[in-house]
Design a protein around this ligand. Structure first.
Ligand SMILES: [Zn+2]
Length: 107
């Protein structure tokens, strides 16, 4: 969790060394200290992941305390957990603003 790779310059970033950040919550962004690119999360994927997680938890509670809804609740839990898992795999840092000296960085 502490070490991630910059999607722009592909160098490892230690979150403890990141000094520049902006925004908060789902739209929080950090600045890569190697290439100065602003990095953030895919907001829609992050929201879907959180929604899927809570939908599964709520459906689990409803299924446990309410009789006769298992045939509705069970597929909701399964779909929600799949949604959470898929969006978690897809949810990684993306480049929000590339640095101005983009041409100097070679892949
Ligand atoms: Zn970088």
């Amino acid at each position: 969790m502490a070490r991630i790779a910059c999607p722009h310059c592909h160098q490892p970033i230690s979150l403890a060394k990141v000094t520049a950040s902006r925004g908060n919550g789902f739209s929080a962004q950090i600045q890569c200290y190697h290439c100065r690119a602003w990095l953030g999360r895919h907001v829609i994927l992050t929201v879907l992941k959180v929604l899927g997680f809570y939908a599964a938890v709520i459906a689990g509670f409803v299924g446990y305390f309410v009789d006769g809804v298992a045939n509705i609740v069970t597929p909701i839990i399964m779909i929600s957990l799949i949604l959470t898992g898929v969006t978690h795999l897809m949810d990684h840092l993306i480049v929000i603003d590339a640095p101005d000296d983009d041409a100097t960085i070679e892949d």
